[in-house]
Ligand binder design. Structure first.
Ligand SMILES: Nc1nc2c(c(=O)[nH]1)N(C=O)[C@@H](CNc1ccc(C(=O)N[C@@H](CCC(=O)O)C(=O)O)cc1)CN2
Ligand SMILES: Nc1nc2c(ncn2[C@@H]2O[C@H](COP(=O)(O)OP(=O)(O)OP(=O)(O)O)[C@@H](O)[C@H]2O)c(=O)[nH]1
Ligand SMILES: [Mg+2]
Length: 461
């Protein structure tokens, strides 16, 4: 496909050592040669591809020297976009990089839209849609694991699996086609159903396996919503501060210190947590605190993990028991804090209320027990599959929704086959499944979807 030539700043805005202005398109080299002067006097068009050149940028109209640069020169098709690509490495000042961009725009390039370079890599067939989406996940990854998942997807792991599933569906569609075209052969009909059923059952089980990884995938990308709860003054804010290793939340001896929720991202042994400190949940007259308590109840409902803090040096109260009741169906870890003080809590009673949940004792003041808590969090979420490096993770809301749809249509096909519905009816569901899976990799994606997806990208990517 032939497009116009686009340009954008591909490095973050702000001061840095070096910044890059990238150009892609049929006129990239011509535009670069309009403004670039090498000491040798050679034009880029005469150079070997994939080489880098020192020189200056000169405004061709005023002949003023604009910048001192290194220019990378990459001829299509072995480039990021599969088009001719020029990368101008300039000094990383805000003025400098904007001057370079404005110069190439005046020389004939168009300002790229967000994600347009990656969109071209997709439209020119270098990557498929799920790989393009992985490029964005990679940039946004907040942990090593999230980055590994994105990298795997970028290398086409998910695409390959989807491709295999679609191939199986295609084979059974072909078989049904023969059946529809030659209805007079009964033996074809006899063969069609078992073949179709076997393949469909396999496709469905693979879709189920992918969907199972999706909740883990979401956690990897967004962080596990982890809510710290407990009565006032037990040490909730102190716990947040210990886990983020910074004094983010205010800690005082006054009960009711935290009035509203406080959010922090932390990485606990590879588990990304979106840690939420709450106002202690309790009945209160104070209007500000009451709003805080209401919000606490709300975040509690949406939590993936709860850290329930108790005071080692106080007996359990009716409020504590109510909290145990409120979280009984959720994943939680009991943190018994202030072990440096004399014991007043009945540990047997806690054990009974907590059932099979994990218990950890800490003294946040003495910095004790935090290791064990981190260990428990990691164990809870990396038990089993998450450790396996070669799993195909699905972490994208769009993919998850399409997989659910595909699961539905293939189940319809299986049910129909088992009920002796005519083959041409079954074929409709199988074909629909094939199409839905195609949307994941962008094989059957429309313009509106593409524009919406790529517009979420960073400018210059
Ligand atoms: N300077 C710079 N650094 C960068 C990028 C870039 O565009 N520019 N990238 C931007 O994200 C990433 C690297 N990703 C890239 C992915 C593919 C190709 C590419 O040219 N692929 C061709 C040829 C491969 C080959 O030489 O064998 C291809 O797949 O056909 C280039 C960069 C990270 N670092
Ligand atoms: N002795 C002792 N004191 C602690 C420990 N952890 C926290 N504290 C103290 O307990 C008090 C309350 O701590 P916070 O972290 O503010 O408690 P909180 O649960 O956030 O309290 P609210 O926001 O008021 O609900 C502070 O004075 C802390 O220094 C501990 O392990 N041992
Ligand atoms: Mg607090």
């Amino acid at each position: 496909m032939e497009f116009d030539t686009i340009a954008a700043i591909s490095t973050p805005s702000g001061e840095g050592a070096i910044a890059i202005v990238r150009l892609s398109g049929p006129k990239a080299i011509e535009i670069a040669d309009k403004v670039f002067r090498a000491p040798s006097g050679k034009v880029l068009a005469s150079q070997a591809t994939h080489t880098i050149h020192y020189g200056h940028l000169q405004d061709p109209w005023t002949e003023e020297v604009v910048e001192e640069v290194m220019v990378s020169f990459m001829k299509a098709p072995k480039t990021f976009t599969r088009e001719d690509v020029i990368e101008i490495n300039c000094h990383g000042g805000i003025v400098s990089v904007n001057r370079v961009l404005s110069l190439v725009l005046r020389a004939g390039a168009r300002l790229a839209e967000p994600g347009e370079f990656t969109k071209r890599a997709f439209l020119n067939g270098r990557i498929d849609l799920s790989q393009a989406e992985a490029v964005m996940d990679l940039i946004r990854a907040k942990t090593d694991r999230a980055m590994d998942v994105a990298l795997g997807q970028m290398e086409g792991r998910l695409s390959k699996l989807i491709g295999t599933l679609r191939q199986a569906l295609l084979e059974s569609i072909a078989q049904m086609e023969v059946n529809i075209d030659y209805p007079e052969y009964d033996d074809v009909e006899e063969m069609t159903r078992p073949v179709m059923l076997e393949k469909s059952l396999w496709v469905r089980s693979e879709i189920e396996r992918l969907l199972q990884t999706s909740s883990q995938g979401k956690i990897l990308r967004e962080g596990l919503s982890t809510v710290i709860i407990g009565r006032p003054n037990v040490g909730k804010s102190s716990l947040l501060n210990s886990l983020v290793q910074e004094n983010k939340a205010i800690v005082t001896e006054i009960a009711g210190t935290t009035r509203d929720i406080i959010e922090e991202y932390v990485n606990v042994r590879g588990v990304p947590l979106r840690l939420v400190d709450t106002a202690g949940i309790r009945e209160t007259e104070d209007i500000v605190e009451r709003i805080g308590v209401e919000r606490s109840r709300k975040v509690l409902k949406e939590a993936d993990l709860i850290l329930y803090v108790l005071n080692y040096s106080e007996a359990l109260t009716a409020e504590d028991e109510l909290l145990f009741e409120a979280v009984k169906d959720m994943d939680y870890i009991v943190v018994i804090n202030k072990t440096d003080l004399p014991q007043k809590i009945d540990l047997g009673q806690v054990q009974q209320l907590a059932g099979n949940k994990r218990l950890v004792t800490t003294s946040l003041i003495e910095e004790e027990g935090i290791d064990q808590l981190e260990e428990s969090i990691a164990e809870l979420f990396f038990e089993g599959e998450l450790e396996a490096g070669d799993m195909t993770y699905v972490s994208n809301a769009r993919h998850i929704s399409l997989l659910h749809q595909a699961h539905q249509t293939i189940s319809d096909a299986i049910e129909a086959a088992e009920m002796d519905v005519p083959v041409d009816m079954i074929q409709i569901d199988v074909t629909r499944t094939w199409e839905i899976l195609g949307e994941i990799i962008g094989d059957t994606a429309d313009d509106g979807l593409l524009n919406q997806l790529f517009s979420q990208f960073c400018l210059g990517k």
